[in-house]
Write a protein that binds this ligand. Structure first.
Ligand SMILES: Cc1cc2nc3c(=O)[nH]c(=O)nc-3n(C[C@H](O)[C@H](O)[C@H](O)COP(=O)(O)OP(=O)(O)OC[C@H]3O[C@@H](n4cnc5c(N)ncnc54)[C@H](O)[C@@H]3O)c2cc1C
Length: 470
């Protein structure tokens, strides 16, 4: 086909700052393509929340592409080869992804398609510093965040300016009736994910709108406010960044231009954590499967389905933990402080393997991200390369008192204990029966007793850790 190219969308479901699309725009016509390839872990094991986000964001992207998006389900190489041969296409462009199996698959695709005499080009659109770029003085990779960010990223080339959406774009929809289209806008309705429709709009326009809203409001309090889950001081931009409705270059630049002082520094360094997670994933491709500190392979984890289920459902009897787990269940998002506290509770107080928590988050988070999720779980568990020490165990009572002192967040997600006065709401089990009764709480029935004694569980965790440290 004369001067037509394929622009293969993956984790870059947007028109703004999309280098592959900018290259594609140099051709007369563009075949926009998305492939739901179950040979890749991210689609084979896609979480339910992610499935909802992906499906909805493809609907939004399709509108932006004049309803010409071609969605296929199947093996990427086979699908692309078929289009290239049938349509006699000479150009293929995409933006790079960094999951280990994706890298392996892309390498094969590039080689095979080039052999068909097709120009194949890939670009960077989702990381400010690609994972192989930042090296330490000895030419190796960084294992610790601060030097990675300060001595690596910040002294390396600054992130490029974001690219505008090309002005003229002509898209082409193929006649693909005979192809395997199971994924095509099926609008699979999962009862559980229906509620996201009231909370999230997955479009590129919403990503920009929400981020601007953050810059005009919460951003001026980010450095302190980001610790308090009831405040609107974080951006909630993570699902958009993961799926690519907004580019990190756009986020970096806008934050740099509009935020001030320490708030700006801290926010940019949080974006640095995202980069660091990908840096680790690239250099430790098994980060979601194996402890980075191998001494933890010997730790005696507790296998207990009952306790795991109570954690998942937010029924541990510790209000701040339960509020966090309910936020996740109800919104597909959890505030970072809560991610840390709930993860610590699972891994240390319940002594359940971090992989169980990682799997649950993977299924429930709209921003479920192989790099950030695995690296963060290993960080909390103390098994990661630059991890919080295992003996640092978050106290769910004092964390609640400190970061949700007026219990606004707890009351939002735990209406069954909302009537308890602030003094008692962090520890319902230590509360006088008459006060419980006045608040309408029948402990053990309307709200659970703690599933574990905090002090004993802390001691058990430290003992288990001591055993592997000797
Ligand atoms: C156990 C655990 C699991 C996590 N799983 C994920 C995950 O699957 N996907 C994910 O995107 N983040 C994950 N995080 C990191 C962090 O909690 C979220 O990125 C953040 O809460 C997203 O909210 P926000 O956009 O409002 O963040 P903001 O505070 O507004 O930060 C802006 C952006 O910086 C990045 N960022 C901030 N903190 C981190 C961090 N600690 N690590 C990596 N990137 C960060 C994110 O892209 C975020 O959107 C996890 C953290 C923990 C402790």
């Amino acid at each position: 086909m004369e001067d037509t190219c394929i622009c293969w969308f993956r984790k870059d479901l947007r028109l703004d700052d999309n280098p592959a699309l900018v290259e594609a725009a140099k051709h007369k016509k563009i075949i926009p393509l998305f492939i739901f390839d179950k040979c890749l872990e991210e689609y084979k094991d896609i979480g339910l929340a992610s499935h909802w986000w992906l499906e909805n964001s493809l609907i939004s992207l399709n509108i932006g592409l004049d309803k010409k998006l071609n969605i296929l389900e199947g093996n990427s190489l086979a699908s692309i080869t078929k289009i290239i041969k049938e349509q006699n296409i000479k150009y293929l462009y995409w933006n790079r992804c960094y999951e280990p199996d994706r890298i392996a698959s892309d390498t094969i695709i590039k080689k095979s398609i080039k052999e068909l005499d097709v120009v194949v080009k890939s670009f960077n659109s989702s990381l400010l510093w690609e994972p192989w770029r930042i090296k330490n003085k000895s030419g190796s990779f960084y294992k610790v965040f601060t030097p990675f960010y300060k001595k690596g990223c910040l002294v390396s080339d600054a992130p490029r300016k974001p690219l505008d959406k090309p002005e003229k774009l002509f898209f082409l929809k193929l006649n693909t009736e005979n192809q395997n289209y199971h994924f095509k806008f099926q609008n699979k309705k999962y009862k559980w994910s229906e509620k996201f429709e009231k909370i999230w709009n997955t479009s590129e326009t919403s990503a920009r709108k929400n981020f601007n809203n953050f810059l005009n409001n919460g951003a001026s309090d980010y450095n302190e406010g980001r610790n308090f889950p009831s405040k609107n001081s974080v951006s909630r931009i993570s699902p958009y960044l993961h799926w690519g409705q907004i580019s990190p270059f756009r986020v970096w630049q806008d934050a740099k231009n509009k935020m001030q002082g320490l708030h700006k520094e801290t926010f940019l360094s949080e974006l640095g954590w995202r980069e660091f997670s990908y840096h680790l994933l690239y250099h430790y491709p098994d980060i979601n499967k194996k402890n980075l500190k191998i001494q933890f392979d010997k730790l005696q984890w507790n296998v207990n389905e009952k306790l795991l289920l109570k954690w998942k459902k937010g029924k541990t009897g510790y209000p701040i933990i339960d509020a966090g787990m309910r936020e996740l269940w109800q919104t597909g998002y959890m505030h970072n402080r809560l991610r840390m506290i709930t993860a610590s509770f699972l891994v240390k107080n319940l002594l359940i393997h971090w992989k169980e928590g990682e799997k649950w988050f993977w299924d429930c988070l709209l921003d479920a991200d192989l790099a950030s999720n695995s690296a963060s779980w290993q960080w909390v568990a103390g098994t990661g390369s630059d991890a919080a020490p295992f003996f640092r165990i978050f106290n769910p009572i004092t964390q609640g008192q400190k970061f949700d002192k007026d219990a606004i967040y707890i009351r939002k997600y735990l209406p069954e204990i909302a009537k308890l006065p602030n003094k008692f709401i962090f520890t319902p089990w230590l509360t006088d029966k008459t006060i419980l009764k006045e608040a309408g709480i029948n402990l053990g029935v309307s709200y659970p007793y703690p599933i574990i004694d905090y002090s004993l569980s802390r001691k058990r965790a430290l003992d288990a850790f001591k055993k592997i440290s000797n």
